[in-house]
Design a protein around this ligand. Sequence first.
Ligand SMILES: [Zn+2]
Length: 293
Amino acid sequence: MTEKKEKFKRVEFGAILCNSFFVENEAGELIFTKAEEIKQANIEWVEFPFNKDPFMPESRAKKIGEILKDLGLKVSCHASYFINYGSHEEERIKKSHNYILINIKNMKAMGANKLIVHVGSAGKLGKTVSMENAKNALKELSKLLDAKKYTDVELCLEVMGKQSRIGNLEEMVELSHIDSRYNVCVDFGHLNCLSQGGLKTARDYAKVLTYLKENLPREKFERQHFHFTNIEYDKKGEVRHLNLEDTKFGPFFPPLAEALHKEQELVSVTIISEAKSTSISDASTLKRLFTKR
Ligand SMILES: [Zn+2]
């Protein structure tokens, strides 16, 4: 029975990269220093981060895309950390739009179309006001995407790990309704920080999947992009990323694997590891744990 159902579901694994993994050799060619490691890991995806480096030249992005494509990898991109749609400063919102548009341009140069976005900070403004700012800004962004004819991009709004950020699962789902190109990126590590270790059993994970199923349009629910990393937390939420050696904070993967195997209506799932310095080998381990069940 299970076998029959699972034919329709594709669950793939990937690792967050660093811009510094791509270096020029003496001949001026761009070299990917993790190519061998990636091949060994036998994973399908990588996520390229524009985090602190939003103004990469398009030519570099193109070359990176070619290298990753030659390795048979699918690519998603992580938007700049400098984006803050929670702000009520017009200048800040404009800059955030600019970061997104530059990120999309480089993402397209890489041959990718899925951008993972941190919406912003709630800061001193508080959640209600900053959420209102974010809604307005994301509506404006829709128009900018239309103007640039970016019809085929997907912006996944990431669930964050600190109380002071926008935001939690419900908030990301709410914001994703603004545009058919917006979806949610559930970061289970972040969710576990927000709930102070609330993700323990397969049932805990199943609740998250059910929430997505009941609150997202079918076509958005069917294809999910997840982040899965062990993360240390305190009362305020996320402290720092760990890796699969962590036995204290979690979250732990086997119960999520169980919940995913049971959920029949997901069509395609991508799970990215953002483990501190071991994202490639951790992604590989997650894949093995998932397939082993
Ligand atoms: Zn992120």
